[in-house]
Design a protein around this ligand. Structure first.
Ligand code: COA
Length: 394
């Protein structure tokens, strides 16, 4: 399809269409891919405690303090999470490994992250009744990318047969919202007509299952959505208008990964790729307090800009990290407790699926909404970062 640069005529560089500003943007299709395999708190804690038992034998011999065990009761009480789905179960529950077994693929094969994202992308396109050729930009926005380049988004673009361009981006657990912010504004500005945003979260591949503070938090899931300009006079029943989007960020190391290309240089042998200490870490209770306050403020201020209050929202699809945290943010916003109907959670069965969680809550909980009703999609996480989108059912 591509010709060499020298073979291109001037007409090849002319814009394919005139730039039209679009004042109305639509979330035209949603896709969710949840892997089949799952792990309960009890199974995870059992593997962790067996590893701790073996570790502590060595520690006792060396006269060191024993490591504390993990507890399934603590996990449910502290986070609300009961189980999580994982891309690959093998290896995670083996105390000798405690990491999923995902064999390397050759450069000529579809990469794992692109394959996972593609499943959600195809569902989003089907939901939007769009074909890959209707897409003129693919954005892959996720908390972790399998590699820096070639962009995972380009691999997805090629596998789908979509045209235009593609690039990767990320903003921790706010990545899907950052992708939506970018896509909605590019469509609004007329730079693109229909954008596919894909968020494949393969977070168990990056999790430290030997860290008591974080081993229970995350699960894998991929989401995708189509953002497009609304044609004047057309109807979009059952779809959402994206009224506006917003991002907020403030630097914090309370959720952090140091896993990157510089990691190897800090080692005596730069060709030993052991990544001890580089995986996700989190000071959970600090994150809890600081992000609850910032999240509440973000929500109230964002809604106020549009003359809304939390009470005028039919539904909140919040980040799925911690049930107590969401309840607290909403109690601050509403002045009273609100239930599942107002703010559904999916984290009990999926864990924290990073940037995918809020979009899964949206995909699973919108079909009963009446035309004209509003909802707020809002995710928060590493950075710190918060992303919000005010949506109106059409
Ligand atoms: N099993 C048993 N006990 C555990 C444990 C485990 N797996 N992990 C920690 N504990 C213990 C701690 O040692 C501590 O014990 P102590 O009181 O004797 O010192 C106690 O439980 C409380 O620990 P704390 O870390 O304060 O728990 P928490 O109530 O804050 O819950 C999180 C931990 C991670 C569930 C919670 O802080 C959280 O979800 N934070 C927000 C995460 C978030 O939103 N991230 C952004 C998006 S990714």
């Amino acid at each position: 399809m591509l010709r060499r640069i020298g073979e291109r005529g001037a007409e090849d560089f002319a814009p394919a269409r005139s730039r039209e500003l679009s004042d109305r943007i639509c979330l035209a299709g949603l896709g969710v891919e949840i892997p089949e395999a799952s792990i309960s708190n009890e199974e995870l804690v059992d593997a962790f405690n067996r590893w701790v038992g073996a570790e502590n034998m060595g520690r006792a011999e060396r006269g060191e303090e024993p490591l504390p065990g993990s507890s399934a009761d603590f996990i449910v009480h502290a986070s609300g999470i009961r189980r999580r789905h994982v891309y690959e179960r093998e290896g995670i529950l083996d105390p000798a490994r405690m990491a999923p077994v995902i064999p390397a693929r050759g450069d000529g094969e579809l990469s794992v992250m692109a394959e996972f994202g593609l499943k959600a992308a195809r569902k989003a396109l089907a939901h939007a009744k769009a074909s890959p050729r209707d897409i003129d930009l693919v954005i892959c926005s996720a908390a972790h990318h399998q590699r820096p380049y070639p962009a995972i988004a380009i691999e997805i673009q090629q596998a789908l047969g979509a045209e235009g361009a593609a690039f990767d981006m990320g903003l921790g657990c706010s990545s899907a919202l950052a992708g939506l912010h970018m896509a909605a504004n590019l469509v609004r500005a007329g730079a693109h007509r229909r954008i596919l945003v894909v968020t494949p979260e393969l977070i168990t591949a990056h999790l430290n299952f030997r860290d008591r503070q974080t081993h229970f938090i995350f699960g894998d899931a991929a989401v995708a959505f189509v953002v497009e300009a609304m044609d004047q006079g057309s109807h979009y029943p059952g779809r959402f208008e994206v009224v506006d989007t917003r991002l907020w960020t403030q630097f914090s190391s309370n959720i952090r990964t140091n896993f990157g290309f510089m990691s190897r240089l800090a080692q005596e042998d730069p060709y030993n790729l052991a990544m001890e200490g580089q995986l996700i870490k989190q000071i959970g209770n600090k994150v809890f307090k600081e992000v609850t306050v910032a999240g509440h403020q973000f929500i109230v201020e964002f809604l106020a800009e549009y003359g809304h209050t939390p009470h005028t929202m039919r539904r909140f699809w919040l980040h799925q990290a911690n049930a107590r945290m969401n309840a607290m943010i909403l109690k601050l916003a509403f002045g009273e407790e609100v239930g599942q109907d107002r703010a559904p959670t999916v984290l009990e069965r999926l864990g924290n699926t990073a940037a995918a969680g809020a979009v899964i809550a949206l995909a699973e909980n919108h079909e009963d909404m009446e035309p004209g009703q509003f909802g707020l999609l809002c995710a928060f996480g590493a950075g710190y970062s918060i992303g919000g989108a005010l949506l109106r059912m059409m």
